[in-house]
Design a protein around this ligand. Structure first.
Ligand code: HEC
Ligand code: HEC
Length: 373
């Protein structure tokens, strides 16, 4: 009579015990993996800070960097799941000449210096700021851009087309020269964007388009930004912001200096940079910085010298007044005793190259009516 209840009591307990052991094991394994991954990633991010020499960064982290990169596409995919629109899969590329044009556009987008060398004046590729081949939401994806234009923009005071937006990114983000509208490069890039937008609704706002607009809690701060940079960015982009090369390949793109985007580029604006950085950087860990950290580090990044705005009007004051007279731009402001937009500090040679270029295509850009992007 007593055995029955005891038996009944004991059985659930054993089940609970073994469940608890099982759950404990699962938790341990999961925690182990999470902590292990975190420790690994943090070690990776902390590594170069132990020694202060940027040369050591490239010397010691080549393999670790590969690990970091290999985790990035997975993270990007996880984020992409949250949006409604999915561009066509890579392997559904059409055959024939139309497919070839799409492929060319994709190549230009990913290796711009290689496939459109005449139009590129720095070490960047389109894909550096429009991640995952222009597919990733919240990094100004091409599929959203394609169905958004032509559109009136108060920034330019006119109706912009997709083509003129692409030309703008060549002139400013790529510090190069805009290809003419009927250039095959323009055809290829637009065909690629059209294909990525297969099935997207024309003229409807799409979630994930552009870069996210962040709220600004406090005024962005250089000193705080420098700290964020050294802790979260310097490993890949270098303590000097010049990125890293392996042979001929720019593994990590420069954030400022002669080989980066110029003072006319959209990424020099704090709001664009903060939005891009908060969602997409550190690469593979997008969304981990606080919004304030993103503003601060954007301010730090954009308080360094970079190639002149091709619309330069002869003086920094005049150029700031016409194109940069907002809180969003550091152009013309004084940071650490240096007026930003001044002739580049690290060598007169670069300064004269920029001046010549500014003269030669500044007019071209003004005539085409292109502005900040
Ligand atoms: C340094 C970063 C950077 C690089 C490199 C870059 N872009 Fe951009 N691009 C931007 C920013 C910033 C914007 C403005 C986004 C906004 O205003 O919301 C933009 C906007 C665009 C847009 C319009 C997007 C929209 O939804 O309105 C297109 C299209 C575009 N870029 C194409 C290109 C192409 C093609 C290249 C290479 C030739 C390129 N970009 C290189 C940063 C970059
Ligand atoms: C693990 C390496 C890594 C870390 C850490 C990292 N980035 Fe990047 N970053 C990259 C790579 C790689 C790209 C180009 C992405 C691509 O082409 O897909 C990039 C692109 C960028 C770009 C656009 C391209 C350019 O050169 O202007 C900006 C801006 C940027 N990162 C800022 C930051 C900031 C700020 C941080 C720190 C908060 C940071 N990154 C941390 C690897 C990294």
């Amino acid at each position: 009579m007593n055995t029955q209840p005891r038996h009944d009591d004991a059985a659930p307990k054993r089940r609970i015990n073994s469940l608890a052991v099982f759950a404990g094991a699962v938790v341990t394994v999961v925690l182990g993996v999470v902590i292990g991954a975190n420790v690994m990633f943090n070690r990776l991010l902390d590594a170069p800070l132990a020694g202060d020499h940027s040369e050591n960064v490239s010397a010691t982290t080549t393999t670790e960097v590969a690990v970091a990169l290999s985790t990035a596409p997975a993270a990007a995919k996880v984020q992409a799941v949250t949006t409604a629109f999915a561009p066509p899969a890579e392997d559904s590329l059409p055959e024939g000449d139309y497919g070839k044009m799409i492929r060319l556009g994709e190549r230009i987008f990913k290796e711009t210096g290689k496939y459109a060398p005449r139009y590129v004046g720095n070490d960047l590729n389109c894909v550096n700021c429009h991640l995952d081949g222009g597919r990733k939401p919240d990094s100004a994806p091409l599929w959203a851009a394609f169905v958004h234009y032509p559109a009136y923009r108060s920034k330019t005071g006119k109706v912009d087309t997709l083509a003129s937006r692409i030309q703008g990114c060549f002139a400013f983000s790529m510090n190069g020269k805009a290809p003419l509208q009927d250039d095959e490069i323009m055809t290829a890039l637009q065909t690629y964007a059209f294909w990525l937008a297969t099935g997207a609704p024309v003229g409807k706002p799409m979630p994930g388009s552009g870069y996210p607009k962040l709220k600004k809690a406090a005024q962005p701060d250089y000193a705080r930004g420098e700290k964020v940079y050294m802790q979260n960015c310097a490993l890949c982009h270098g303590t000097d912001g010049q990125g890293q090369r392996t042979g001929n390949i720019q593994v990590f793109p420069p954030l400022w200096g002669p080989k980066s985007f110029n003072w006319g580029a959209g990424m020099h604006q704090l709001a664009n940079a903060a939005g891009f950085i908060q969602t997409n950087m550190p690469l593979g860990k997008g969304g981990t910085l606080s919004e304030q950290d993103a503003w601060d580090v954007a301010m730090f990044m954009n308080s360094h010298e970079r190639p002149q705005d091709p619309r330069f009007m002869g003086s920094i004051e005049a150029t700031r007044k016409k194109y940069h007279d907002t809180d969003d731009s550091m152009y013309g402001r004084t940071v650490n005793g240096h007026v930003l937009g001044s002739p580049y500090r690290d060598g007169a040679a670069f300064e004269s190259v920029v001046a010549t270029e500014a003269r030669s295509y500044g007019t071209l850009i003004r005539n085409a009516g292109l502005a900040d992007r």
